[in-house]
Design a protein around this ligand. Structure first.
Ligand code: PLP
Length: 422
């Protein structure tokens, strides 16, 4: 076969253009907010290894729980069987989640948690004997990279090749400041056409560019869905576990979603695990002597005991350590770090939601935009910082154990970043 590309590894990396980035950075060890290369070079993990690590890498409690679980029970089938870590974690999740979410369905990634949510919603209406099958989504959203989750996410270069496989959805505009009414009106109009569900990322659209909107809009969207009997799916895969300043972003709006998707920080970022929580009546609609009403979904590794033990340890860290206080302190430090950029003419849309900050680098030439992120990423890496801009959007989403000194390094590098592109 011709066209073989010579390189040292057989690995095809995610979201990586191998022609432009032939060499990957090897990481040998992690601790707290830091990664270490095999030669001992320290890299500050300013994006929590793609938004998953909350307390810091290798939190001792989670390490211990995983070790102990590995010595007891590894993996078992979860259809017709159960185990203590899954049971204990499910009880904790129901206790911690917004009120009214009484059932927990386990899977293994954010994408699968969203697929499960969509299937729960469609199954609910089918079993209720109501013809509601369409889904409303928000412009600029990201819900994963499987066919179903791409369908409900923003369309673009990332999924253009797969468009023929994606299903149609109804879109509402992002609630830009001052234009919130347009979003709410569009939602009300779509809701009037008897859709099955509305899926949204509460308060922050992550991969869509860390775009933030206020709790009042989130609450208003929930009220509209409720008034029309449309199921409200909160995708808190990224926003959950403290990122927005509270354990879940939904609570800031005082809402209880009908279905809630959790993953990323669910194990503190230690192991892959996801949970989709739902209202009792959604479970009840599937509860029947008729096998045809079974919820036909499973992943092989559903509720893996070791991952559940990590999830349970994460919950214990939240309950027994001053995590809420750490989150509040980090949010304040982040705010202070961002302050000088608020009237810096080189940046715009300077924003923060809880522990997450973001700002857009002004880039004159639009054609040049695609090169900005990889060039900046390389620059940050040279300075020992893992930052991965989304286009011209720079964002900082560190683990909660990061120090004020670490943040100072990050913001100094951001301050010097425009010069690198000049
Ligand atoms: C990351 C993310 C997902 C997908 O999670 P994976 O674990 O990568 O499949 C879904 N929704 C949101 C909001 C995310 O940020």
């Amino acid at each position: 076969m011709s066209g073989a590309i010579s390189c040292g590894s057989p690995i095809w990396h995610p979201f990586t253009q191998h022609a432009l980035q032939p060499v990957m950075t090897p990481i040998a060890r992690s601790e707290g907010a830091y990664l270490f290369t095999p030669d001992g070079t320290r890299i500050l993990d300013a994006i929590s290894s793609w938004w998953v690590v909350t307390h810091g890498h290798r939190h001792p409690r989670i390490v211990e729980a995983v070790k102990a679980q590995a010595d007891t029970l590894d993996q078992i089938i979860f259809a017709g069987f159960t185990h203590a870590p899954a049971e204990a974690l499910a009880r904790e999740l129901v206790a911690l989640a917004p009120e009214g979410l009484s059932r927990v369905f386990y899977s293994d990634s954010g994408s699968t948690s969203v697929e499960v949510a969509l299937k729960m919603a469609l199954g609910y209406w089918r079993h209720m004997g109501v013809a509601r099958t369409s889904v409303i989504v928000m412009e600029g959203s990201y819900h994963g990279d499987t066919i179903g989750t791409m369908s409900v996410g923003e369309r673009g270069v990332f999924n253009a090749a797969y468009a023929p496989l994606l299903f149609d959805v109804k879109r509402i505009p992002f609630p830009r400041p001052g234009r919130e009414e347009e979003t709410l009106n569009a939602l009300a109009a779509h809701c009037a056409e008897a859709p099955a569900a509305f899926i949204v990322e509460p308060l922050v659209l992550g991969a869509g560019g860390m775009r933030t909107y206020c709790p009042e809009v989130l609450a208003a969207m929930k009220r509209i869905c409720e008034a029309h009997g449309v199921l409200f799916i909160a995708d808190e895969v990224m926003t959950g576990w403290g990122r927005t300043g509270t354990l879940f972003a939904s609570t800031q709006a005082g809402i209880s979603p009908d279905i809630l998707c959790l993953s990323k920080g669910l194990t503190g970022g230690f192991l892959p695990l996801a949970a989709t929580l739902c209202r009792e009546d959604i479970f009840a609609a599937h509860y029947s002597m008729d096998r045809a009403r079974t919820f036909f979904h499973s992943s092989s590794y559903t509720a893996n005991p070791i991952a559940c033990a990590a999830g349970l340890a994460n919950v214990q860290v939240w309950r027994e350590e001053p995590v809420a206080q750490r989150v509040a302190t980090l949010a304040a430090w982040q705010n202070a770090g961002l302050e000088p950029f608020r009237d810096d003419p080189r940046f715009e849309n300077v924003r923060r939601c809880g522990t997450i900050t973001a700002l857009d680098l002004k880039v004159g030439d639009a054609g040049y935009l695609a090169q900005v992120a990889p060039r900046l990423m390389a620059y940050f890496l040279e300075r020992g910082l893992l930052l991965r801009p989304l286009g011209n959007t720079l964002y900082v989403m560190p683990p909660y154990c990061v120090t004020q000194g670490d943040l100072a390094e990050i913001y100094a590098a951001i301050d010097a970043a425009p010069g690198v592109l000049a």
